[in-house]
Design a protein around this ligand. Sequence first.
Ligand SMILES: NC(=O)C1=CN([C@@H]2O[C@H](COP(=O)(O)OP(=O)(O)OC[C@H]3O[C@@H](n4cnc5c(N)ncnc54)[C@H](OP(=O)(O)O)[C@@H]3O)[C@@H](O)[C@H]2O)[C@@H](O)CC1
Ligand SMILES: Nc1ncnc2c1ncn2[C@@H]1O[C@H](COP(=O)(O)OP(=O)(O)OP(=O)(O)O)[C@@H](O)[C@H]1O
Ligand SMILES: [Mg+2]
Length: 337
Amino acid sequence: MLASSAVIRRQQFLIRTLGGYTDQTHLKRMQQTKAMSGTAFEADSENILRAITPNLDPSKHKGQAGKIAVIGGCREYTGAPYFAAISALKIGADLSHVFCTKDAAAVIKSYSPELIVHPILEESYSIRDEDKPSISSKVLAEVNKWMERFDCLVVGPGLGRDPFLLDGLFLVTDSLDLVSGYPLAVLTPNVNEYKRLVEKVLNCKVDDHDAHEQLLSLAKGIGSITILRKGKSDLISDGETVKSVSIYGSPRRCGGQGDILSGSVAVFLSWARQRLSAAEGDLPISKINPTVLGCIAGSALMRKAASLAFQNKKRSTLTSDIIECLGKSLEDICPAI
Ligand SMILES: NC(=O)C1=CN([C@@H]2O[C@H](COP(=O)(O)OP(=O)(O)OC[C@H]3O[C@@H](n4cnc5c(N)ncnc54)[C@H](OP(=O)(O)O)[C@@H]3O)[C@@H](O)[C@H]2O)[C@@H](O)CC1
Ligand SMILES: Nc1ncnc2c1ncn2[C@@H]1O[C@H](COP(=O)(O)OP(=O)(O)OP(=O)(O)O)[C@@H](O)[C@H]1O
Ligand SMILES: [Mg+2]
């Protein structure tokens, strides 16, 4: 039964790829998706960015353009949560919070007064084993108090691998039930993180000749989540469709670009959900999963900004230079006024 459904899925995938699928609902969905795309897989990211980016409307109040929280930042890694949180603000979110360890908080605050920084996480070196359960409940109670106020959470940038904290994707790979079945969950694995996920979930090696179908199976295998596989082209799948974003970015691979991406995806995902819920199904993007829209928009903007930063800075391009180009890159596609 399982094997035969896998074969049918594979056949349907191939037929869809060749454009010959006959199921009417699916056909309609593919046509709508395809209308937003240059090819079957390459997303029409500029139109998606235009469709989901909200107007700067004077009647709106603070918070309506997005409240984002980043959970990450420890003694070693203070840059990663900063990059994610400041990128969210530079793109257009109204408020950006960081929940990090006590050691990281003062450092992150000193990078920017724009961020709201909560020094509430603890690292295991600073606490005794017998105190861990009580500290853990205290931390969770404090985090819980805030969680429902946010439109999107970014879990992981700079959490490291302290067993008491645990890196977001490292933790998820070990405990997939944390995200399984949650349709708003998005994972953004890099090359190493993707390899670990494929080995754990699909029990095989990464196969780049069958990249689209493998990604589709992985998203399905984990259960109703969306995966953005970072690389030369970014590949995005929610287990139903696969889209790619191949806009030329930058040949510089300095650390922190994945953190910009995570903050960007958080904002665009929130905007896509807001846009779809307000539009009552009459938009060309209505049938596309908002998580997929958020990933496409976040990936495209990150790559455009990286390309612009590289034009200016060449070999000395750093993550902060890319962040400085986020605003202009979005402005070129969706002018503010
Ligand atoms: N400026 C900043 O603050 C930035 C901070 N950053 C933060 O850094 C963290 C790691 O992210 P990354 O992207 O370097 O991990 P990745 O490519 O999977 O691994 C590369 C190699 O290193 C190893 N390894 C990794 N982490 C390890 C650990 N804690 N302890 C031991 N080994 C570890 C890994 O080994 P493996 O897993 O293969 O065994 C692989 O060989 C993450 O929290 C990220 O948010 C970045 O966002 C960049 C900007
Ligand atoms: N070979 C490449 N060519 C062009 N863009 C790339 C390439 N590899 C990654 N990118 C882009 O860089 C961004 C970050 O991807 P990367 O794989 O470096 O993530 P990461 O390792 O998690 O980064 P971080 O250092 O923030 O942890 C993504 O948006 C991706 O599109
Ligand atoms: Mg990363």
